[in-house]
Each structure stands twice: as structure tokens, then as C-alpha cells.
Design a protein around this ligand. Structure first.
Ligand SMILES: *[C@@H]1O[C@H](CO)[C@@H](O)[C@H](O)[C@H]1NC(C)=O
Ligand SMILES: *[C@@H]1O[C@H](CO)[C@@H](O)[C@H](O)[C@H]1NC(C)=O
Length: 288
């Protein structure tokens, strides 16, 4: 094979093996953004459409996995997908939000604040389309519990398990496997059926708490810090009783699925609240 082809092959192979895997898989991000879409004010929806790249065809959900495809082009963005902790079920910004070189703010919470501030600031030199695509992705990521997992096992990436019969790892179980199994078993392998089910819960089951999901009293930043704290606490539940080499099946699936569905719902509602506050200033968010 030609040198270029060989290089491409090596890059793809490296990407497939990269230990610090992606956030929610494509599906999780797509669903989060679809839900967000339905909570946007008209002004925010219009502003978002104007910023979307042509290939998105006017659909926010189409760009929500873009950030995962940029990890090699923008190497600095890799640590922005997560915020691992020492394992005390708590997220502490000052302690935990940095990259491996110790540079402050280089974690998913810092990134959400960074791109929100950039979109609010008309003088920002950052590309606003990229800021929007990063923001939409990272608000999804911060809600995936294992994106605030433990540093020692790279957020569950080094905990090798079987998901039913297939080899996987704990991080991937939460990014992808739980969602895939749910789609297959309950939703006719159809994303929109699953999205509709989550949407119905937001308006019925969770209607009384939904406003609180959005509430954010910080005057200077987003409330991503709080979302990471929730994830760090949920991560401890996700690790519980799981050992290297375990097989995870029905028991694990049925306890993880409600958490996954609720986190997708919260991610969607909060992404919309952040975008509404950026673009229309009249969301239910107090201020961010
Ligand atoms: C903020 O965004 C800029 C432009 O994409 C990037 O270079 C920088 O690393 C980001 N910092 C954080 C903390 O996200
Ligand atoms: C709906 O809410 C119930 C109760 O919280 C939960 O068990 C179920 O998993 C949720 N379903 C969806 C699709 O979110």
C-alpha cells in the first residue's frame, strides 16, 4: 500500500485503540442534542442554525459528535472530554480540572465555561461554529458518569469486562453498550423511539424536577461544576462491585439504564438552557 494509505491505516488503528475513548457514543450525543433542540427558544434555534456548518443541514444533533473526530487534529482538546477524580465520589474543580501537564481549566467543566463565554462574547477570536460544536458535545460528556470517573483507571477504560458476550470496558459500557442494548431490546433499534420515550419522561415522570435541572445561580460561569459533581457521585455507583474481567449482564444493564436515560435527559435540557441564555437571554436560567 502507498505511504499515505499506510499512514491513514495507522491513524485509524491508533484511533480505534486509543484508551481515553470517546464520550457517550454517537447515539448518546445525538439523543442529547435532539432533546436540547426541542427546548430551544425561537431566538436560540435561529442563532444555532446560523452557526451550524453546511454539512449539518440545519440539525444541531448532526454536529454533536464532531468533537470526537477532532482529537487528533486538535490534540489539546483530548483532556477536555472528561474530568476524572481520585475516586472519592466528588468532583473538585481546583483539584481535578487540569490536563496531565497540570494546566488549569483543561477539563470538561473548564471547556464548557470556555465555549459558553466565547459564544457570549462578540469580540471572541474563537471560531463561533467550533465553539458551538464543542459546547454541544461537552455538555453531553459531563453528564456521562464515567467521564468523571477515577484517574487511576482512566475513567473505567482500563477495567476490561464482558458486556454479555462481547469484550468491552467499563467506560465503553457507559458510553455505548447500555444504549445499544436498550435500543435493541426496547426501542426496535430506532433512535427516535428512544428519544421519544425519554422526552415523555421529561414531561411526565420528571416534570417536577426538570426546572431544577436548569436552575443555575452562578453569575459568572455555567453550572457545569455541579453536573460534574453529580457524575462523580454516579460514577461511584457505576464502579460498585465491578472487578477486572467481570461479565456484566442483565443485573447491571437494568440498574444502569435508568441512570443513562436520565443523564441524557438532563444533558439535553441543560444544553438548551445554556444556549437559550447565550442567544436569547430569556431562558429560565437565572444567569450563567
Ligand atoms: C478554550 O478554547 C480555545 C479555542 O478552541 C482552546 O484553544 C482552549 O484550549 C480552550 N480552553 C479550555 C479550558 O477549554
Ligand atoms: C422513565 O422514568 C422511570 C422512573 O424514573 C425510569 O425507570 C425509566 O427508565 C425512564 N424511562 C426513560 C425512557 O427515560
Amino acid at each position: 500500500m502507498g505511504l499515505l494509505l499506510l499512514l491513514q491505516f495507522l491513524l485509524v488503528a491508533a484511533a480505534a485503540r486509543a484508551p481515553a475513548a470517546q464520550a457517550w457514543g454517537k447515539e448518546g450525543h445525538y439523543m442529547t442534542c435532539k432533546i436540547a433542540d426541542s427546548f430551544l427558544t425561537e431566538a436560540a434555534a435561529t442563532a444555532v442554525k446560523e452557526l451550524l456548518p453546511g454539512w449539518a443541514k440545519g440539525e444541531l444533533a448532526e454536529v454533536c459528535s464532531w468533537a470526537d473526530t477532532q482529537r487528533f487534529r486538535y490534540r489539546w482538546s483530548s483532556p477536555l472530554h472528561f474530568a476524572d477524580t481520585p475516586g472519592d465520589c466528588k468532583f473538585n474543580y481546583a483539584r481535578d480540572c487540569h490536563n496531565t501537564k497540570g494546566e488549569k481549566d483543561m477539563c470538561v467543566v473548564g471547556a464548557i465555561n470556555n465555549y459558553t463565554a466565547a459564544l457570549k462574547d462578540s469580540e471572541s477570536t474563537f471560531d463561533p461554529t467550533e465553539s458551538l460544536m464543542f459546547l454541544a458535545h461537552f455538555v453531553g460528556d459531563v453528564h456521562q458518569p464515567l467521564h468523571c470517573g477515577h484517574v487511576a483507571d482512566l475513567g473505567g477504560n482500563t477495567i476490561i469486562v464482558h458486556w454479555y458476550r462481547r469484550k468491552s470496558n467499563l467506560h465503553h459500557v457507559w458510553d455505548v453498550n447500555v444504549i445499544e442494548t436498550a435500543m435493541k431490546d426496547f426501542y426496535n433499534d430506532d433512535q427516535s423511539t428512544m428519544i421519544d420515550a425519554i422526552q415523555r419522561n421529561i414531561t411526565d415522570e420528571w416534570s417536577s424536577e426538570e426546572k431544577q435541572w436548569e436552575t443555575c445561580r452562578s453569575r459568572t460561569k455555567t453550572c457545569a461544576d455541579k453536573y460534574a459533581q453529580e457524575s462523580a457521585a454516579l460514577a461511584c455507583g457505576a464502579y460498585e462491585g465491578v472487578e477486572q474481567g467481570d461479565t456484566l449482564g442483565d443485573d447491571y444493564f437494568f440498574s444502569a439504564l435508568p441512570v443513562v436515560q436520565k443523564r441524557i435527559a438532563q444533558g439535553g435540557v441543560r444544553l438548551a438552557a445554556i444556549l437559550n441564555s447565550i442567544f436569547s437571554g430569556n431562558s429560565r436560567l437565572q444567569s450563567i
